[in-house]
Design a protein around this ligand. Sequence first.
Ligand SMILES: [Zn+2]
Length: 204
Amino acid sequence: MVAPMQTELVQTGRVKGGAVRQMLLWLEKEFDEARLSNLRRALEGHGHEDLNADLPAFGILSSRWYSASLFRAFCDELIRKLTRQEAQRLAKTAGNAALERSLGMFHRMLLRRIASPELHRRFAQRLWNAHFDTGRVDVELPAPGRSIVRYRQWTSHHRFMCDMCTASDIVIYGAMGLRDVEVKQLSCIDDGDDDCAHLVTWRI
Ligand SMILES: [Zn+2]
């Protein structure tokens, strides 16, 4: 199914290896051999010949940019046999495990000391640009205890990654020291909406 889709892909843009690497390091402990080798096969043939099955995370490097097509194949394979609910659960578990791994003690302390939803609004685009080279992020703060995060013009979009980004705000807002953080998806371009948005709520 992946191969025929590649010729029709209109997706452009690149994705930084960091999140994929962290997620793979987690999956290597969670998935069995068969599932891992399917993932490895999905990553092959996208113009990144230096991937190596013998290295942790198949040699995906945190600091390197990878094509949207490689990334899409990776996400497609991850959710291939899952229902929508199972895929959402995996995005939350794997995505947040990856983020927890990459969010070191220092950054966590820093987030707790200085970060707030207002600062998140100010720096959300910069945070985004560390992972994707296309896409605009807007954060609205419509009421105390609520923020709406909206992604537009995200050409390397994949529903699984969209779910992961949505779930990541549970970790990010939680690391600010906010309590009872929850997220709820409001729209997604894969559902025919104009953008992808989610609501973040926390106890005030
Ligand atoms: Zn989306």
